[in-house]
Design a protein around this ligand. Structure first.
Ligand code: EPZ
Length: 442
């Protein structure tokens, strides 16, 4: 069995400027929302990541005509040939975001069969908030083994209460409500930038939606929605990864398309560490110049505008080398600290107590063999590998490919030494043998 891995050499002082791809967590739900329309839509600034390719496969399997020009990041989706309302289990299992087609399929076909999208390492990822509110909208649900069969001749509008501001549940219910007669109000809705990006797209399609304080979304059902042309917002999580790449290697970076207004707390924490941040007019464009000895900072993840859970692992890589003691509290997912074990292998001093980590900054990390456990952990380990002395070999790079479109190419252009390699080693990935000179570096 061959193993593909990234070989990351210590790469200090990353420097330069780069563009940003479209936001993964916006484009996936926006592609799903096209099911609500009848016609050909065009999306631009679409990232070519594995999750996007999965969502394209899903809609193609349902009958949509799709063409994706990867070089131009341009996606054309014609939904006039959509005929299926049942999502194949193998497609559902590959990507949790597949559940986001449930609302659109219910309003388009009056029924759908979806498989429970399964958990992943960061948590069991239940969908109870989605299902209990679909029931309130009059959907009959029946669990049939791995499948959830959903049926609703007409959906009912009304008040939907989310006990937790779930991003996916907000998006699923909002999409269903756009074509449901009457007024639907989602109380305690998620208002992440990616949710608001979906609101923009639905309004462009002709939906009647408004955001009502403190955190509610009010939808007035309409009879039809039109295809659209739309450019996907820049990915704030790629932005965070690139800023941290400059911060952790003591370099500087300029991201002309970055939206600082989507990352207030994250940028505040980088400044608290001592890094110099300059933001362009109208909050567009971010320049970071790293400080020589970053100071420890503490973070607690929370729904937007709190510290983003998707930047917790990448930030922790930087905190490992910050002077003093940092506390990280992960409140969104129940098991999103798996990268800690891998960072400890590199010499990080981290103690874990349930969902809280205490990090004592060290002078140096050391390259070694590490395994990425999820999308954002893979980013954390690439960042740590660039800062670490010696060579880091990271397996589990399918996670990296799922969440980022060739991020390492951008890092290489900024000065990083990263190569994708293959070993025909028949042993498990973590036993990739290093040649003698590299071993001495560990
Ligand atoms: C979205 O996942 C993102 N994924 C996640 O990004 C992100 O971390 C998350 O929102 C939080 O911001 C996409 O947009 C494709 P949630 P989602 O529903 O919608 C629990 C990444 O790395 N919950 O807000 O699944 C859930 O278990 C990914 O890009 C229920 O209990 O997140 C979690 O603990 C990871 N019941 C919390 O709520 C439900 O019915 C937040 O989940 C739904 C969620």
């Amino acid at each position: 069995m061959s193993t593909t891995y990234l070989r990351i050499e210590q790469s200090l002082g990353l420097h330069g400027q780069t563009d940003l791809v479209g936001a993964k967590n916006a484009v996936l739900v926006i592609i799903a929302s096209l099911i609500l329309t009848e016609g050909k839509s065009v999306l631009t600034n679409v990232p070519c990541s594995d999750d996007v390719l999965q969502m394209i496969d899903l809609l193609t399997d349902l009958g949509a005509q799709i063409s994706f020009c990867k070089e131009e990041h341009r996606l054309e989706v014609d939904t006039r040939t959509l005929i299926k309302c049942k999502v194949k289990p193998d497609i559902m299992k590959k990507m949790r975001a597949s559940i986001l087609v449930m609302g659109p399929l219910l309003v388009r076909f009056g029924k759908t069969d979806v498989a429970a999208p399964g958990g992943c390492v960061i948590g069991t990822r239940p969908i109870n908030f989605h299902l209990e509110n679909f029931r309130k909208m009059g959907v009959q649900l029946e669990q049939q083994g791995d499948f959830i069969s959903a049926q609703a001749d007409t959906l009912k509008s009304g008040k939907l209460i989310l006990e937790y501001p779930s991003v996916g549940a907000t998006e699923n219910l909002m999409m269903a409500a756009t074509l449901t007669p009457g007024t639907t109000k989602i109380i305690n809705a998620a208002l992440e930038p990616e949710v608001l990006a979906l609101v923009d797209v639905l309004q462009k399609m002709g939906a009647k939606i408004k955001i009502a304080p403190p955190a509610s979304i009010e939808i007035e059902g309409v009879t039809s929605l039109q295809p659209i042309e739309h450019s996907i917002i820049p990915d704030r999580l790629e932005t965070g990864a690139l800023l941290l790449a400059a911060a952790i290697t003591g370099g500087s970076i300029y991201l002309p398309q970055a939206r600082a207004d989507m990352l207030d707390i994250f940028l505040f924490k980088l400044q608290e560490m001592g890094h110099l941040i300059h933001v362009g007019p109208q909050d567009v464009g971010i320049k970071l110049t790293a400080c020589s000895r970053p100071k420890a900072v503490s973070i607690k993840t929370a729904p937007y505008p709190g510290f983003p859970t998707d930047l917790q692992a990448p930030m922790m890589a930087a905190q490992c080398l910050a002077e003093g003691t940092s506390i990280v509290e992960e409140t969104v997912f129940e098991n999103r600290l798996l990268h800690i074990g891998e960072l400890q292998k590199m010499g990080a001093q981290i103690k874990v107590d349930h969902n809280k980590a205490t990090i004592t900054g060290v002078e140096e990390l050391y390259g070694t063999q590490v395994i990425a456990t999820d999308i954002r952990a893979s980013c954390a380990l690439v960042l740590a590998g660039m800062a670490a002395k010696g060579t880091t070999l990271m397996t589990g790079i399918h996670h990296f490919r799922r969440g980022y479109e060739a991020l390492e190419k951008k890092l290489i252009l900024l000065g990083a030494s990263i190569q994708q390699q293959e070993t025909c080693d028949v042993l498990a990935p973590e036993t990739i043998l290093l040649d003698q000179k590299e071993k001495s570096a560990f």
